[in-house]
Design a protein around this ligand. Sequence first.
Ligand code: C2E
Ligand code: MG
Ligand code: MG
Ligand code: MG
Length: 286
Amino acid sequence: HAKNEGKGTIRFFDRLLDEKAQRRMALDSGMRKALETGGFELHYQPIVEIDSGEVTGLEALIRWKSNGESQRPADFIPVAEENSLIVEISEFVLESVCRDLENGAILRAFPKLESVCVNLSINLFRLAEFEERVVRLMRKRSVDPSWFTFELTEKVFIRDFRNISEKIDALRRRGIRFAIDDFGTGFASLTSLKRLPVDYIKIDKSFIRRVDEERDNAKIMETIVNLSDHFGFQVVAEGVETEGEFGFLKKISCRYAQGYFISEPGSIETFFNDGSKGGTDGALQQ
Ligand code: C2E
Ligand code: MG
Ligand code: MG
Ligand code: MG
């Protein structure tokens, strides 16, 4: 009896594994096709300088529709990271940003823009020729590297801190800026802050949630803003959804904010046709 049960359990898990593997394979071949047929798109989400109300930054976020259904980056990027697909996808993202910068589309929509943020996977940093590829790609489009901010997550620094820091420094010497994404969700301690070779710290949205009402989050944000001041980082609050949250961030002199309260991500055309999203009066209309 027990033996039979065991077999059934194994078959059940086999099937689960099968489904997972199949989903992965489907995503994999879907992404390959999307790369060939232009199925990926970029959306941009404004980052506002809180004091001036100006849009000084944009985060590039990849979008993919497969069979009419939107696929979430959180689902397909990890699959792409398992092989070289992530390299091609990242190059697509960098090239698209370069194209939008080169033809002036982005700057017409956001005249005060200083930087475009691109999310990069750690695997890319392990490529020996990564720096050369990035620089060649930008040069081909005559886009200065100083237009870019590369976003990395904290976990990048757990292993190989020295090695990764050196690679970052080489790119920073070329003018590329760096940000720690989703800060607070990984393993970086507050004391490790002083060692991070980055320009910006993007605080994860879980700490922004109800920051105007929730005392723990309020204290955490105040502490991070003060420490960042001390160490010379600029702080970006991610996932700002309400006026109350925005007002609190302003009160504690957090420099930048990003989130649905300011604007949802959209294609460059939506911002170009709808001035309200790229507005410069600081009213932050939805
Ligand atoms: P992320 O880099 O932390 O990007 C911010 C995510 O938060 C985006 O989700 C954005 O749409 C969402 N968001 C923005 N404002 C708000 C808000 O007010 N409230 C809430 N609840 N969410 C908000 P998205 O586009 O689904 O991307 C998810 C993650 O996928 C990104 O997190 C990033 O890690 C990754 N990703 C996206 N595009 C790329 C890419 O081109 N390359 C790589 N390697 N990863 C990417
Ligand atoms: Mg990001
Ligand atoms: Mg983030
Ligand atoms: Mg995130």
